[in-house]
Write a protein that binds this ligand. Structure first.
Ligand SMILES: Cc1cc2nc3c(=O)[nH]c(=O)nc-3n(C[C@H](O)[C@H](O)[C@H](O)COP(=O)(O)O)c2cc1C
Length: 336
């Protein structure tokens, strides 16, 4: 079955994309994902803090009277921390992009517009087929306005779009007052894809140790409902490609995102849980489901259950909510 997919202008052999995770921290890891059959790989994110640290270190070396920047590079310590830094990232990207025959997408994680542009260009030069902007910004300061948060996203996108010719995707959080509006504004500002959604680190509390426990937990399929709702609402309403991320565990989860209108479906937790080879299970399962349901092509599936064009979206969502609540309140969960 032909599963080829256009994702922000990149031609993928199928719509399953390995999203940013530790699985893409080595060339071997990227190769394993490719061998398992994914359509594209997003590398783990390079963090703005790492860029700043390297810039500060370069400045320190220049101040110290190092004769040339090229020479100064040899002064860098080869600590583990440095290994994870920007130059290591670019080197991995370059090697990964030549090692596999599918698009390798680089990911930048930051919160301020400065500094992104030059690294985005360096990523492009190192062979990135596209850049994914993982704008992980949690406005912890309660004086920060919603408009400021949105503007930050638009500023980062504008800087990076100016700097590169490859497609640029924006990975969003689900926490906007009007997710649809920021999606439309990013679309108008030239985002080539919207990736819905990132998962924020939500630290836990250990009541025995009386300590905050920061951890990135793996997702569960129920978490796919929120991004799927927004994919269904945005399908056909933006020019940008739509990438779904969160909660893909089985082929049925992939099918559900496609039915909602996703162009590509990303997965990280399931591949971390079961190994990269699980990608083949997802793709085979998708083909088996399509054949069983009588679908000959992905175009027949994609967006079949999106919110129909011309619908009043607010009324549509409200009707679904009211219907579900009526059902729930009429004894669905009883008797108690
Ligand atoms: C251990 C781990 C590391 C991750 N690292 C990154 C990262 O570097 N950059 C990024 O944009 N997302 C990162 N993510 C988020 C995933 O790419 C993905 O968007 C999210 O986990 C939801 O998808 P899933 O339910 O398939 O895991 C990470 C997720 C996990 C579990």
């Amino acid at each position: 079955m032909n599963l080829s997919t256009n994702y922000m202008g990149l031609m993928l052999r199928n719509p399953l994309v390995a999203s940013a995770s530790p699985l893409s921290q080595t060339v071997d890891g990227v190769r394993r994902l490719a061998d398992a059959g994914v359509g594209a790989v997003v590398l783990y994110s390079l963090f703005e803090e790492q860029l700043r640290r390297e810039a500060a270190e370069n400045a320190r070396l220049v101040d110290a009277g190092t004769e040339s920047f090229a020479e100064s590079l040899s002064y860098f310590p080869t600590s583990a921390e440095d290994e994870a830094g920007p130059r290591h990232y670019l080197s991995l990207l370059e090697r990964a992009a030549t090692a596999v025959d599918l698009p390798v997408i680089a990911s930048l994680n930051g919160v301020t517009p400065g500094g992104w542009a030059s690294y985005a260009r360096a990523m492009q030069d190192a062979g990135a087929a596209a850049i994914e902007l993982n704008i992980y910004y949690l406005p912890g300061n309660p004086h920060t306005s919603g408009r400021d948060v949105e503007q930050r996203h638009l500023d980062v996108l504008a800087r990076v779009k100016d700097a590169v010719g490859v497609p640029v995707a924006v990975k969003l959080s689900p926490y906007f007052s009007s997710t649809g509006e920021i999606a439309l504004r990013l679309d108008e500002a030239g985002a080539d894809a919207l990736v819905l959604f990132n998962r924020f680190l939500q630290p836990d509390i250990d009541p025995e140790k009386l300590a905050v426990v920061p951890q990135v937990g793996l997702s569960s399929p129920a978490e796919a409902r929120l991004p799927r709702t927004w994919i269904a609402l945005l399908h056909g309403r933006v020019r940008a490609s739509l990438a779904a991320t969160t909660g893909v565990e089985t082929a049925a989860d992939v099918a559900k995102y496609l039915l909602a209108g996703a162009d590509v479906v990303m997965t990280a937790s399931a591949l971390l849980r079961h190994g990269p080879e699980h990608a083949a299970v997802l793709i085979d399962g998708l083909e088996e489901w399509m054949a069983r349901k009588g679908f000959a092509a992905l175009d027949e599936v994609r967006g079949m259950l999106a919110v129909p064009p011309g619908t009043d979206e607010t009324d549509y969502e409200r009707a679904g909510y009211v219907g579900a609540m009526r059902q729930a309140n009429s004894g669905l969960y009883g008797p108690w």
